[in-house]
Design a protein around this ligand. Sequence first.
Ligand code: HEC
Length: 558
Amino acid sequence: MKRRLHAGARRYAMSLAVIGACAGLISLHAHGQDDNPRFHHAPASTDDLRNPNANQANAVGDGKTLYGTYCASCHGASAQGNGNVPPLASAGVKKATPGALFWFITQGDVPNGMPAWSSLTEDQRWKLVSYLQSLDAGKADASAPKAVASMTPGDWPAPTPPFTDFRYESPGTSRKITVADLPKPYATTSAGNGPQLVARPDNVWPKAPPGFKVELFATGLDNPRLLRTAPNGDVFVAETKAGRITMFRGITPDGRPKETHVFATGLKQPFGIAFYPAQHPQWMYVGNTDAVVRFAYKDGDVQASGKPEHIADLPHSDGGHSTRDIAFSPDGSRMYVSVGSKSNVDDADTHPEEKNRADILVFKPDGSDMHIYASGIRNAVGLAVDPKSGELWCSVNERDGLGDNLVPDYITHVQEGGFYGWPWWYMGNHQDPRHAGKHPELGSKTIVPDVLLHPHNASLQLTFYDGAQFPDEYRGDIFASEHGSWNRSVRVGYEVIRVPRHGTARASGEYEDFLTGFTLPSGQVWGRPVGITVAHDGSLLVSDDGSNVIWRVSYQGK
Ligand code: HEC
């Protein structure tokens, strides 16, 4: 990620200095290929590489899902290219030998902004080759959302309240979206408008409400994702791509950790972290993408005591939603695990790979007795138990492809046995047009969540504020990280929100912008909130996998 950030920084600098440099870059490569016939000067040894998936029917489909996860944000949802990133539905890619394409994806072209993808498995890279070479040159993949990323700031329409976009996000602004506000499906086209990350300009800093101070807590991390505070106050971060968990102890007067330790490595896309039992824990549980594992743990450990113990397998796939969060019931009898869908909105009846996905699963803490706790929840990235009521809450990414202002993401308490709509229904009695006529009996059973968040916000981790530092009115409120949109013509999200609960155990549907400013007025993005936790001193920590840092928000008084 460091290399990728560096590339982003260079590209940003370049776009300031040399307008139109990108077109030059691409034609330069085209010329370069005159003296070396291979794609991007691939070595001759790539001629002999064969795609092991060449005759596998599902390789293209799996490759497409992978493409959506790793590549679409730059190359466009339909591989049509994006700003200064070249199209991949192109004659050059089609003509390349599979080996040379595989080599280039592995290698990247870091100085020119193309990351190296050696972190993906060989199988994943070959599936990407299969997908890219299945595309028709010069023709955007029509089955993918239409790209409108070429819109420039002058073209952006003003939002229609209660919907908004990043230009209007500012700390303290209160929002409320209800089902009565929802437009019809396809009221606008579905956008492919992923962020192209740039480096944070020196004079730009996240904005918090008056009285709060924002500091850099930790820098130079590798894809920092979920954050969890241990019972003794140590803070853990999952560095998902690196397969690592790093921990921090203490806070210096200038808001930095006193100690930093690598706690565990060699994990498989770790995300969720949970301590068990809640007091004087004996275990640290980790949600790998394919399994729950646990380390023997006691207060004060700075390094995993040994290899993790396997607790339970989880449904997983190449591509598709990969995060797995974990939480325990207050009495310690239940372990909740969130598993997002594989697809955007495939019919779960006819897609066996969606079995036990788009669900919150529940197990005994030893991993036995798995069943479904609540279903139809497309992708509950964050789980948290309300310290006051003991109820499970979640933060959910809803589906794409129905237009700019559908479907709201949400935060809600989770009803045991509850059905939340995916894939056939949404937000109560609204049928997804892609499944018209199916499961009529479920429309009235679909629960309307407590807090409808802005569609396409990409709501990730959530936490209850149980610290003593913020003013009293924050006690018991929810904070959540919004990673930011790709499927919306003008960006939204890229912020931390607060869900006020006014001392109750419920949420009324209102929420507020709390920490904003991760996008530039041009629409370029430099930061993306992912994880959120309350540190021992009552400050709020926010991980950001756009600039690979952790931010600290503390209250300084009036
Ligand atoms: C951070 C943005 C970014 C991401 C993410 C990204 N790319 Fe790229 N890619 C680029 C840029 C920029 C170039 C142009 C590099 C150059 O040739 O100067 C490029 C070039 C390419 C090319 C060469 C195209 C040509 O015709 O020359 C291929 C193939 C490619 N990328 C594949 C992928 C795949 C597959 C993924 C996902 C696994 C991916 N890229 C993800 C930015 C990105």
